[in-house]
Design a protein around this ligand. Structure first.
Ligand code: GAF
Length: 386
């Protein structure tokens, strides 16, 4: 039993004075490439990471739901009869939102038993590594088992996304929950966000002597406010003005026409999405044909596009990328929704201390708060523990 498993079992016993029906877990994710493409029906290439949320969950004989976690002293209680997204708030909106969203996808919520759930996690919060999708996915697989719903993983990803959109209020896409549910060890998930078809792409980092270093800038961000929604709105505006259902329907050949028809800002938002979709396809091809050491330039180009065209980077992320590259990383980019969070640096194993020291010293010189740095490995997706 892992330390998180033991903590989940002990926490459940302490808060609810009983034993759970079982333990379920789901990982956070890092996105290798393909940013702000998911809600444009495009391509993404994330992977599930070796940081997980574990939940202990037990069905009850009545209709009550109680949720508790290691990150809060409160126990939130609600009856399944009262569960609507509008009354949910705070951290409990993630697990409770999933219970509600399962009903929207056809689970017979009116007749299901309530449940107690206790949540622990070592996915850093606010680092852009999808601590929220990890909670949603763990609860989704657990209730799918306990309520015997029989939903497949693609559907559970859509359930998690609906919970995030309606209960949490963040207008996010399908990438994070898909990575958390579909991830496999040492591989990335190549997802077509239009068809929801996915393919597992071996990363080959070990064989190439490479690591993926996370540089968490500690600059906090939230996708339920401001910038994320405005970028999404720009993309929708661009698609409408260009006469397509979504930006997925456009390719690099359409950029000249886009430049003529759109104002400068909308054009740059559109250009990011079009070129980022192409970079995802190029990254998958390069991984297959030449291996991971050859994808550095694509990571760099992705960052430049997010900094200059999509304008979702911050000075800390830009500095992390420049310092990591300068110290020997093969490629680096901000990852996730932006406006804070983390950067990734594809780094030869033996250079991890050098790159880490260079980033730390650059942050100190710039007067920025010290970042957190750690390596992540691609791990399996959500499931029952043990
Ligand atoms: C956040 C969202 F949750 C994802 O859906 C995705 O849009 C990402 O930002 C940007 O690529 O993680």
């Amino acid at each position: 039993m892992s330390a998180l498993d033991s903590a989940a079992t002990a926490g459940f016993a302490k808060r609810f004075a009983g034993e759970p029906d079982g333990l379920w877990s789901a990982p956070g994710r890092v996105n290798l490439i393909g940013e702000h493409t998911d809600y444009n029906d495009g391509f993404v290439l994330p992977f599930a990471i070796d940081r997980r949320t574990v939940i202990a969950l037990g069905a009850r004989t009545d209709r009550l739901v109680r949720v508790a976690s290691s990150f809060s002293d409160e126990i939130v209680e609600i009856s399944l009869d009262e569960l609507t997204p509008d009354i949910l708030s705070g951290w409990s909106a993630y697990p409770l939102g999933v219970a509600w969203a399962l009903g929207e996808f056809g689970a017979p919520l009116a007749t299901e038993p309530g449940f107690d759930v206790y949540i622990v996690s070592d996915v850093p919060i606010g680092a852009g590594l999808s601590s929220s999708a990890a909670i949603e996915s763990a609860v989704a697989v657990a209730l799918n088992d306990v309520w015997a719903l029989g939903f497949d993983r693609r559907t559970l990803a859509r359930v998690g996304q609906l919970a995030e959109n309606r209960a949490v209020g963040a207008p996010t896409g399908i990438m994070d929950q898909s990575a958390s549910l579909l991830g496999e060890k040492d591989a990335a998930v190549f997802l077509d966000c239009r068809s929801l078809e996915s393919e597992v792409i071996p990363l080959g980092f070990d064989a190439a002597g490479l690591e993926l270093l996370i540089i968490d800038t500690k600059v906090s961000h939230a996708h339920s406010t401001g910038g994320y929604a405005s970028r999404r709105a720009s993309c929708e505006l661009g698609a409408r003005l260009l006469g397509v259902d979504s930006l997925r329907d456009l390719g690099v050949v359409d950029l000249a026409r886009a430049a003529e028809l759109l104002d400068d800002e909308t054009f740059r938002r559109v250009r990011h999405v079009i070129t980022e979709n192409q970079r995802v396809l190029d990254t998958v091809r390069t991984l297959r044909e030449s291996g991971p050491a050859a994808i550095g330039a694509l990571l760099d180009a992705s960052h430049t596009s997010m900094r200059d065209d999509f304008e979702i980077s911050v000075p800390e992320l830009d500095l992390a990328v420049v310092a990591a590259r300068g110290a020997g990383a093969l490629g680096a980019r901000m990852t996730g929704g932006g406006f804070g969070g983390a950067a990734i640096a594809l780094t030869p194993h033996e250079l991890i201390p050098t790159v880490t020291a260079a980033v730390r010293s650059a942050f100190a010189d710039a007067g920025f708060a010290a970042p957190d740095t750690f390596v992540v490995r691609a791990a399996n997706g959500a499931g029952r523990e043990g």
